[in-house]
Design a protein around this ligand. Structure first.
Ligand SMILES: Cc1cc2nc3c(=O)[nH]c(=O)nc-3n(C[C@H](O)[C@H](O)[C@H](O)COP(=O)(O)OP(=O)(O)OC[C@H]3O[C@@H](n4cnc5c(N)ncnc54)[C@H](O)[C@@H]3O)c2cc1C
Length: 497
C-alpha cells in the first residue's frame, strides 16, 4: 500500500522543485532529507553573526521575463516570492598576463572590455557571443519541461518549430567547436576556456553549447540576482511553500536503501529502520550515490555502468569561509572574482580560485563593519585521504594559508583583517552534502557530443527517477531547477495527472 504518490530523496534545489511542482498539481509528496535543513549545495550555515552560503552564490534564474527564469517560476508555483538584489558585474576576472576583465550585466559594456583588450578579434568576439544568444533565444521562447515526454515535444515543436530546430543543431556541440570558428587569438581562446571552466569545471572543448548559451546570455538578460537574506532562503521558501500546499518534508531522514521489487522501485528504507512506500521514487542524490549506495549491487542497470564510463566525478573544493573587516574590500566592489596566475594551472589541484563576497550586495549577512568572503578552489578527495587527524588539521591550515597569500594580491590586508575562518575540504563536502567524494558534479570523462549523452529523469528501474545535477542539463541552481520541472512533468504524465 503506497502512503504517498511520490517520495523524493533529498531536498536540494532539484528535489525541492520536483516536489513543489508535483504538490502544486495535487500529488501527495514526501521529501526525505538527511540533513537538518533543506538546500544541499544551496544551503547555509551560521557562525558568530555571519550567515555563510555553503556553495552557490552566483544565482541565475531570478529574472522577471522569458521562460528561463526557473527559480522565480518554481517559487511562484507554491505562492512564494523572494526579494533579490541585482549584481551589476557577474565576475571580475584576474587572469595571467594581467588579463583583467569584468563581465558587466550590460552586454555591450562587457563586449567593449573584450574589444579593448583584443581589438583584432572584435568581429570574432561579437560573432561568438551572438551565437550563444541564438541558443538562449531558442530556450527562452518555450516552456521548459521534460524532453522525454512526446506530447510536450510535439506541442512545443508546433508552437516553436524554429527554436526547436535551433536547439537540435546545438545539442551535440561543445563551446570549443563554436569558439574556434570565430576566434584565433590563443589568449582569447584561453579566456573562453575560463568562461566555461568557472561554472562547468571543464574547458570549452568539454562544455556543452546549450549550457553556455544559457550562462553567457542570461547573465545579461535576466541577470545575476542575489537572494536577500542569503542563498539558503531559496530552499527555505520552497520547503515552506511545499508544506503550505500539503506536501511533507522530514529532516534527519537519511535514506539507506531504495526498495526494489521485480525491477520496480516501490519505497525507501531509512537509516533508522522506518520504511515508506510510494508509486514513484525520485532520487536527488548524485547518480553515483543513488546507484552505487542506495540499491543492491546486482540491481545496478547497465545504462548506469555506461553512464559512469562517459562521465567522471569532478573534484570537490577547498573552501574558506571568512569573516573580514570591511576595509579589506575598500578597493574591490565586485561580488564575484576569479583568480588564476598561470594558464597551465586552470584545472590543477587548488589552481583557479573562485571568490564570492555576498555582503557587498546584502550587508545583513555579517555584523556591522564586516564582510563575508567565500574563497574556494577545486580540490580532490585523494589529496585529503589517509591522513591522521593531526595531519589533516595541519594540511588544512597549510592550504588555507597558501590560499590567503594568493588572495592578498587582490585583497591587500586580508590576513590582518581576518575576524573568522572556517576551512572546508572535500571531506567536509562529502559529510555535510552527502555527495560522493564531495564532488561538484559529473564532468565528461572524454570529449562527448555536447549534452547528447546526459540522461533525463527516468531510469532503467521502473518508477525510479533521478533529478539534480547528474541529470540533463547539469550543474547550477537554474539547471537543477530545469531538471526538477522536467522530472515533475514526466512523473505527472506517468501518474496520469
Ligand atoms: C562551492 C560551490 C559553489 C557553487 N557555486 C554555484 C553558483 O555560484 N551558482 C550556481 O548556480 N551553482 C553553484 N554551485 C552548484 C550548485 O550549488 C549545485 O549544482 C546544485 O545546488 C545541486 O543541486 P542538486 O539538487 O542537484 O543537489 P544537492 O544540492 O546535492 O542536494 C541533494 C540533497 O539530497 C540530500 N541527500 C543525499 N542523499 C540522501 C539520502 N540518502 N537520504 C536523504 N537525503 C539525501 C542531501 O543532503 C542534499 O540536501 C556551486 C556548488 C558548490 C559546491
Amino acid at each position: 500500500m503506497s502512503q504517498y504518490d511520490v517520495i523524493v530523496i533529498g531536498s536540494g534545489i532539484g528535489g525541492l522543485v520536483t516536489a513543489t511542482q508535483l504538490a502544486a498539481k495535487g500529488i501527495k509528496v514526501l521529501v526525505l532529507e538527511s540533513y537538518l535543513i533543506p538546500g544541499g549545495s544551496a544551503g547555509y550555515f551560521e557562525r558568530e553573526g555571519y550567515r555563510f552560503d555553503v556553495g552557490a552564490s552566483m544565482i541565475f534564474g531570478f529574472g522577471e521575463k522569458g521562460t528561463t527564469n526557473l527559480l522565480t517560476r518554481a517559487l511562484s508555483a507554491v505562492n512564494m516570492t523572494m526579494e533579490t538584489i541585482p549584481d551589476p558585474v557577474q565576475i571580475h576576472y584576474h587572469l595571467p598576463n594581467k588579463l583583467d576583465l569584468k563581465v558587466h550585466r550590460d552586454y555591450n559594456k562587457f563586449l567593449q572590455e573584450l574589444y579593448n583588450r583584443f581589438p583584432e578579434e572584435k568581429k570574432g568576439i561579437k560573432s561568438f557571443y551572438d551565437e550563444c544568444w541564438q541558443v538562449f533565444n531558442c530556450l527562452n521562447s518555450m516552456e521548459l519541461l521534460s524532453l522525454e515526454e512526446i506530447g510536450y515535444l510535439t506541442r512545443v515543436f508546433f508552437q516553436h518549430p524554429l527554436s526547436c530546430l535551433g536547439l537540435l543543431k546545438y545539442l551535440p556541440l561543445n563551446v570549443g567547436d563554436v569558439a574556434r570558428k570565430y576566434i584565433k587569438n590563443p589568449e582569447l581562446l584561453k579566456f573562453i576556456d575560463m568562461e566555461c571552466y568557472c561554472w562547468s569545471v571543464v574547458p570549452a572543448d568539454f562544455t556543452p553549447m546549450i549550457n553556455a548559451g544559457m550562462v553567457f546570455s542570461d547573465r545579461h538578460y535576466g541577470g545575476i540576482n542575489y537572494p536577500k537574506g542569503g542563498v539558503g532562503k531559496i530552499a527555505e521558501k520552497l520547503a515552506e511553500g511545499l508544506e503550505k500546499i500539503g506536501g511533507e518534508i522530514h529532516y534527519q531522514a537519511r535514506v539507506k536503501e531504495i526498495i526494489i521489487k521485480n525491477n520496480q522501485a516501490i519505497g525507501v528504507k531509512l537509516a533508522d529502520g522506518n520504511e515508506y512506500f510510494a508509486q514513484k521514487i525520485v532520487s536527488n542524490a548524485t547518480r553515483w550515490d543513488t546507484f552505487d549506495k542506495l540499491i543492491e549491487k546486482n540491481k545496478k542497470p547497465k545504462a548506469e555502468i555506461k553512464w559512469q564510463k562517459n562521465y567522471r566525478q569532478s573534484p570537490s573544493f577547498l573552501s574558506l569561509h571568512l569573516g573580514v573587516e570591511a576595509q579589506v574590500l575598500a578597493n574591490n566592489p565586485e561580488c564575484h572574482h576569479i583568480i588564476l596566475e598561470k594558464w597551465n594551472n586552470l584545472e590543477a589541484e587548488q589552481g583557479t580560485i573562485f571568490v564570492s563576497i555576498p555582503t557587498l550586495l546584502d550587508p545583513s549577512l555579517a555584523p556591522n563593519g564586516y564582510h563575508i568572503i567565500h574563497a574556494f578552489s577545486p580540490s580532490s578527495m585523494e589529496y585529503w585521504e589517509n591522513l591522521s587527524t593531526q595531519q589533516y588539521e595541519y594540511k588544512k591550515e597549510e592550504a588555507a594559508g597558501y590560499l590567503i597569500q594568493r588572495l592578498e594580491k587582490i585583497f591587500p590586508g586580508l590576513d590582518t583583517g581576518l575576524d573568522y575562518m572556517e576551512i572546508g575540504t572535500p571531506r567536509t563536502h562529502r559529510r555535510f552534502l552527502g555527495r560522493i567524494n564531495g564532488t561538484y558534479g559529473p564532468i565528461p570523462a572524454k570529449r562527448l557530443k555536447g549534452l547528447l549523452s546526459m540522461p533525463f529523469n527516468r531510469t532503467a528501474i521502473k518508477n525510479l527517477y533521478c533529478v539534480g545535477d547528474s541529470t540533463f542539463p547539469g550543474q547550477g541552481l537554474n539547471a537543477v531547477a530545469f531538471s526538477g520541472f522536467s522530472c515533475a512533468h514526466r512523473i505527472a504524465v506517468d501518474l496520469g495527472c
